[in-house]
Design a protein around this ligand. Structure first.
Ligand code: ADP
Length: 385
């Protein structure tokens, strides 16, 4: 079997000690040590910083300098290889100093023997690798957090800026519609209505972006109250049905209960389920909204008869900006935020959200909310994440 190669940089001013170390290392059965030996501080530092090696071993005594100074100096210049300090018989108390300066281990020259050397060198190399890997991971996490924070700040500024002109645009569109209606011009009235509904879509997209920045900044507010669940479902169906003439929304079941939570936010989830069903399954012709209740939960499911969703995609749907890319589905606009926001809304109310689907057999999106969630503060309460 080929021996493993370890390249060792040795900074040691005593030739006897170098030869002794070399002899011990030569006895190790499964590793070949290639030793690059140098005797003084400056040459040592130079080699540490400029040559390829796996580990550095250095003597505590290096002429006018000492090994600890060298370790400190090298580490301050970002030297990242493992370092083992070799100490003499009388240098007991420098081990901690060496570790503080940046050494990974030390060996007393009086204890040199092959097995110990093999273990100490191997451990130092592996520990350093693991340490560098951890540091890299941590750095990447911090960088991605910073990036995410900057992205959220950016989205937050842009969306706020977009909202103001959009609000006045909406007011003008409604004004025009009323004027055209009064004038009895049906075509212009229809056009103004279309303009208004496009503005609503744009407002919806901007609101989704704002919600995402709020969720990620822990600032999504909840206004909670007791509300009639059935009435909410009916209101939303009434609102959504006129937006499609291809799909019929069919209501099944009833809840007959008032539940505690944020009515508007829960409505947002139902709207999202329904508009997705219409958007992604228009050939299905009907969409069923099923509600039921047991002694613990209220459950609402929206079933469509569209293309369905492959199993491997299902758990990703609730993550931000996730969309299924399938050329066969055509270009359906969206940002992949609705289900992510929905999941947050349901989970914040101690509920559960899920999807049941098989490719080619439609999809059913559901959530359940606890029936007896006690209000934290009576009357309208505001909770923040
Ligand atoms: P958006 O619709 O803006 O892309 P969503 O978060 O609401 O964002 O949905 C995420 C993805 O889930 C959609 O892009 C779509 O691929 C898929 N999806 C959602 N609802 C359905 C559905 N009823 N049928 C098929 N695919 C769906």
């Amino acid at each position: 079997m080929e021996k493993l190669l370890t390249r060792l940089l040795l900074i040691e001013d005593d030739e006897e000690d170098y030869l002794l170390l070399k002899r011990h290392l030569a006895k190790i059965p499964n590793t070949r040590y290639e030793i690059d030996w140098t005797t003084d501080y400056n040459a040592g530092l130079d080699r540490m910083l400029s040559t390829e090696h796996d580990i550095c071993m250095l003597d505590y005594r290096l002429g006018a300098h000492n090994g600890i100074e060298l370790i400190r100096n090298a580490r301050s210049q970002h030297y990242a290889k493992p370092i083992i300090l070799l100490t003499g018989a009388s240098e007991y108390e420098i081990d901690i100093q060496a570790l503080q300066a940046g050494a990974d281990d030390y060996i007393s020259k009086t204890q040199l023997q092959s097995e110990l050397l093999y273990r100490v060198i191997r451990y130092a190399i592996e520990r350093k690798k693991a340490e560098l890997e951890r540091e890299k991971l941590l750095r990447e996490q911090i960088e991605s957090k910073e990036l995410e924070q900057r992205r959220n700040e950016f989205i937050s500024i842009v969306t706020h800026e977009l909202k103001t002109p959009l609000t006045s645009l909406k007011a003008y569109a409604q004004l025009l519609r009323r004027r055209f209606e009064k004038l009895g011009d049906e075509q212009l009235t229809r056009q103004a209505m279309r303009m208004d509904s496009q503005i609503n879509k744009l407002t919806g997209l901007i609101d989704d972006l704002l919600d995402v920045t709020r969720i990620e900044g822990g600032k999504l507010k909840f206004y909670e109250e007791f509300y009639d669940f059935d009435a909410l479902v009916n209101d939303i169906i009434e609102e959504i049905q006129p937006t499609t003439d291809k799909v019929t929304l069919i209501r099944e079941g009833s809840v007959d209960a008032a539940i505690w939570g944020d009515r508007e936010r829960t409505g947002q989830v139902i709207t999202n389920f329904l508009s997705n069903a219409i958007k992604y399954a228009p050939e299905g012709e009907r969409v069923i909204i099923r509600t039921c209740v047991d002694d613990q939960n209220v459950t609402l499911c929206v079933q469509d008869f569209g293309p369905g969703i492959p199993k491997e995609e299902q758990e990703n749907l609730f993550t931000p900006f996730y969309r299924i890319e399938q050329p066969s589905r055509g270009a359906i606009p969206g940002m992949g935020l609705g289900l992510y926001i929905s999941a947050e809304i349901i989970q914040r109310q101690n509920g559960r959200i899920w999807v049941e689907s098989e490719e080619g057999h439609g999809s059913t999106f559901c959530f359940s909310l606890p029936l007896h969630r006690a209000p934290s503060i009576p009357e309208a309460a505001i909770t923040e994440a």
